[in-house]
Design a protein around this ligand. Structure first.
Ligand SMILES: *Cc1c(COP(=O)(O)O)cnc(C)c1O
Length: 467
């Protein structure tokens, strides 16, 4: 520490805690937070400018007391905040994937404020299974004989591999040894499950004979993984789930498909190709299918396992199911979202992910013009605004080749580079996540709700100003 004579009159933390102003702070904040904030203010002063005359103890105390509330507020700031997603990715993993419908939020609040019948059968007055709240609906919506739910799709796969193939072999196409989101790699999950990976075919071409040749007396499972976040073009050949299911049937080996998206309705007729619903995936014949709850299904994080009774039912009793189980809040949310799907029309408008994917381009465009008008009303004439066409990605590693036509508000300023505008938006309140393109800041309106437009306009107008 440099010799800083200016700070020789600094009060101690103990003496600060004696002051009435601090005592009143202690009534509304934890002691550790107040003490930590006082220490940080003192440290900052000690590390500061050593020049000038030394203020008196009282002056120092007043200055510290002035800074303390802001320091405490910074410490207590909500680490997780709402953000506006104008980045043009509907299921954005870094932004929390699927926004939840109001029905799901209400169900969470209603069942979690007090006690709930999580594992209690109110008719019989005895213990029951927490899965009861979603199992029946999942069976009805997918046509499966049996359904199970765990923490997420990675957990669902881990459980299936451990429960059905530990110590034995699982055959996967080399073109499907995928990595999703950095830490999810099929070979790693396989290793953790205790199953042995057997690769079939090549990266770009795998035929049914490749699987056939790889089958041995040790084969426990044939695995098909949806290529969620990339596609292979050119000289390619793939084995369909139906082909694989027929081979499994002949060889007496179960087939597991990782469907990924959890889509419950087919969206091909809506101009969104490549979504295979869980019902269709099961109809193709694999004995067991896994998916995420928070991608195209539009619910909370969850790992869904549906399929034949003989394959799925034993997994519910596997010790890993206990380690990977869902909590009451997410079960309440999932149950509420599944109830919306009882009426497909209701799901299309009531599940936010579906509503965003299916909204007509003209409606997105109208919202973009509304945003422009609202920004205009608050920003200077120097801020250039235009509405441009663009493409929204469904995201979540759901449909790598699909882009939905959308409307973006393009923002630029002769004096403020677009990167600076973006940095200011990220630090704004609420923070806004956007994209850069062609020297402009692009705000995709497909993922912005109508009621977020005023806040977004305010954030853009603020970003124009100096920081
Ligand atoms: C997203 C995805 C996963 C991982 O799912 P989580 O729910 O994030 O664990 C696994 N497989 C496929 C095909 C996916 O698309």
């Amino acid at each position: 520490m440099p010799d800083n004579k200016r700070v020789r009159n600094l009060p101690s933390v103990a003496s600060l805690l004696e002051r009435d102003a601090v005592k009143s702070l202690l009534r509304s904040h934890p002691r550790a937070v107040v003490v930590g904030a006082a220490r940080r203010v003192l440290d900052a002063i000690r590390a500061g400018d050593a020049e000038g005359s030394a203020p008196s103890r009282n002056t120092w105390t007043d200055r510290i007391l002035e800074r303390l509330p802001a320091e405490i507020a910074a410490e207590e700031a909500l680490p997780m905040r709402r953000v506006i997603n104008a980045a043009g990715v509907v299921v954005h993993t870094n932004l929390g994937r699927a926004p939840l419908p109001g029905e799901a939020l209400a169900a969470v609040a209603e069942t979690s404020r007090g006690y709930c019948n999580l594992e209690y059968d109110l008719d019989a007055g005895e213990r029951s299974s927490r899965l009861a709240h979603v199992e029946g609906m999942l069976r009805a919506l997918t046509g499966a004989e049996c359904a199970h739910v765990v923490n997420n799709n990675a957990a669902a796969l881990l459980l299936c591999l451990a429960g059905l193939a530990r110590g034995r072999e699982v055959i996967v196409s080399r073109g499907e040894l995928v990595e999703i989101g950095g830490s999810f790699r099929i070979p790693d999950i396989m290793a953790e499950s205790g199953a042995r990976l057997v690769e079939a075919g090549t990266t770009n071409r795998t035929r049914i004979e490749d699987y056939e040749r790889a089958i041995t007396g040790q084969t426990a499972l044939l695995l098909k993984v949806h290529r969620s976040n990339f596609s292979i073009h050119g000289f390619t050949e793939d084995v369909s789930a139906a082909q694989l299911a027929r081979l499994g049937g002949r060889a007496g080996i179960p087939v597991l498909e990782d469907q990924g998206s959890g889509a419950l309705i087919d969206l091909a007729a809506d101009g969104i190709p490549g979504t295979v619903s869980l019902r269709k995936a099961l109809d193709a014949g694999p004995g067991i299918v896994t998916a995420s709850g928070d991608k195209l299904l539009g619910g909370p994080q969850a790992g869904i396992v549906v399929g034949k009774e003989e394959l799925v039912a034993p997994l519910k009793k596997h010790p890993l199911s206990r380690a990977l189980r869902m909590d009451k809040m997410r079960l309440a949310a999932l149950s509420a979202v599944l109830r919306l799907y009882a009426d497909e029309r209701r799901a299309r408008t009531g599940v936010p992910v579906l509503r965003m994917l299916l909204e007509p381009e003209e409606r997105v465009r109208a919202r973009a013009f509304r945003l422009v008008r609202k920004i205009r009303a608050r920003a200077s004439a120097a801020l250039r605004l235009s509405v441009e066409r663009g493409g929204t990605s469904p995201g979540g590693g759901a449909l790598p080749d699909v882009f939905l036509p959308t409307a973006c508000v393009a923002v630029s300023h002769p004096e403020v580079p677009e990167g600076k505008l973006l940095a200011r938006l990220l630090r704004g309140d609420p923070p806004v996540v956007a994209r850069l393109g062609k020297g402009k800041l692009l705000l995709d309106l497909r993922t912005v709700r109508d009621d977020e437009v005023p806040a977004l306009a305010g954030a853009v107008a603020e970003a124009e100003k100096n920081d």
